[in-house]
Design a binder for this molecule. Structure first.
Ligand SMILES: NC(=O)c1ccc[n+]([C@@H]2O[C@H](COP(=O)([O-])OP(=O)(O)OC[C@H]3O[C@@H](n4cnc5c(N)ncnc54)[C@H](OP(=O)(O)O)[C@@H]3O)[C@@H](O)[C@H]2O)c1
Length: 337
């Protein structure tokens, strides 16, 4: 029998979400005692968390909103580390960017960091995104985008990409706060996260793959997209938490592939879906590099494994069924200009 070493107590904000759920599962299986925050303890969408192995002994759920400071303090009590995962990832059009995205991302992150400082948390891992890296019009198109590359807030506003703006502002605010207050912070910037779901509903990034597989009315842009398996993101978050030498930002992006290549790959694996036909050419852009994370020891799955596990999971959940009278839409977040 495998003996798992008992570890300290850590908290995961947004425990019931796509990334949060896989992280909680991984932490439990690695011997951690986990505090997980959810906004509604009685909501069925969080019920899967209590079914994880070791959840009955080692998982405690807390009702917390990142905009309600005291709820965070209660969840962080007794913890050594905090993984701040919670941040809105909209699957539909954003009507009020300030209220729906920017305030929860920025003020939420600052509340989390302040509560970490007050509760004497030793290390904080903030989940940022390549949304805070990619939108930099000044970066040379033939130079790999590494951790020095930051999305331009001005550019995000100009093209009204509110999700990218919210993640860029939140990560900047996190670094400013941590440096000013001497907090041990590491940020991880995952690319588009795919792979099987643990929660009952499809996340926004899963809808991207479902849309490419089923096809829909909005064109998809033939960028060089970077995908990463949700299980590899959880591994990366634990890796940066556990490695004392980790510091700064880490891009967490595995497989670069264009949409046309992705659709062709999927067609070869599952020939019976409709697939997106309207794919539009775009100018070339510089790929991302995760060299810094790889040097720390990060490993990732081949894209084929991620796609197989994702499609099988969607199939079982009925997410690839054709529903009469229902048109699938591409989450606006992915209509990058
Ligand atoms: N999926 C991707 O492709 C991707 C890529 C890069 C980075 N990320 C980042 O990864 C993190 C998780 O994303 P995800 O894909 O797992 O999305 P998700 O499934 O939608 O999870 C988002 C989580 O944030 C929580 N949340 C939102 N607003 C909150 C608030 N005011 N207070 C407390 N919790 C709040 C949600 O709780 P409720 O369930 O209560 O709404 C949910 O648990 C985010 O920070 C996102 O920016 C995701």
């Amino acid at each position: 029998m495998e003996v798992v070493e008992e570890k300290g107590k850590v908290c995961v904000t947004g425990a019931g979400g796509y990334v949060g759920s896989w992280l909680v599962k991984l932490l439990l299986s690695n011997g951690y005692k986990v505090h997980g925050t959810v906004r509604d303890l009685s909501d069925e969408k969080n019920a899967h968390l209590r079914k994880f192995e070791k959840a009955s002994e080692n998982l405690q759920l807390f009702k917390a909103d990142v905009l309600h400071y005291d709820t965070l303090k209660a969840a962080f009590a007794g913890c050594e580390g905090v993984f701040h995962v919670a941040s809105p990832v909209p699957a539909t059009k954003v009507l009020d960017p300030e209220l729906e995205l920017i305030t929860p991302a920025v003020n939420g992150t600052l509340n989390v960091l302040q509560a970490c400082l007050e509760m004497k948390i030793k290390r904080v891992i903030v989940v940022s995104s390549i949304a805070a890296v990619l939108l930099n019009p000044h970066w040379p198109f033939d130079k790999l985008k590494d951790e020095k590359c930051w999305s331009s807030e001005e550019f995000c506003r100009k093209i009204e990409n509110w999700y990218c703006l919210s993640k860029t502002m939140a990560e900047h605010a996190a670094w400013e706060y941590a440096e000013k207050n001497g907090l041990d912070l590491v940020t991880v910037c995952p690319s588009v996260v795919l792979g099987p779901l643990l929660q009952p509903t499809a996340s926004a990034s899963s809808l991207f793959l479902i849309y490419a597989t089923k096809g829909g009315p909005e064109p998809m842009l033939d960028y060089l997209w970077h995908f990463v398996d949700v299980r590899d993101v959880a591994d990366a978050l634990l890796l940066v938490y556990e490695k004392p030498e980790s510091s700064g930002r880490y891009i967490c992006a595995a497989s670069p592939i264009t949409i046309r290549e992705l659709v062709d790959l999927l067609k070869g694996m599952y020939p019976n879906y409709g697939y997106q036909k309207n794919i539009v050419d775009v100018p070339p852009s510089a790929p991302l590099t995760s060299e810094k994370l790889k040097k720390l020891g990060w490993k990732w799955r081949p894209l084929e494994e991620t796609l197989t596990d994702a499609v099988e999971c969607y199939r079982e959940a009925g997410l690839l069924d054709e529903l009469e009278g229902h048109t699938l839409h591409l989450p606006p977040l992915f209509k990058v200009t």
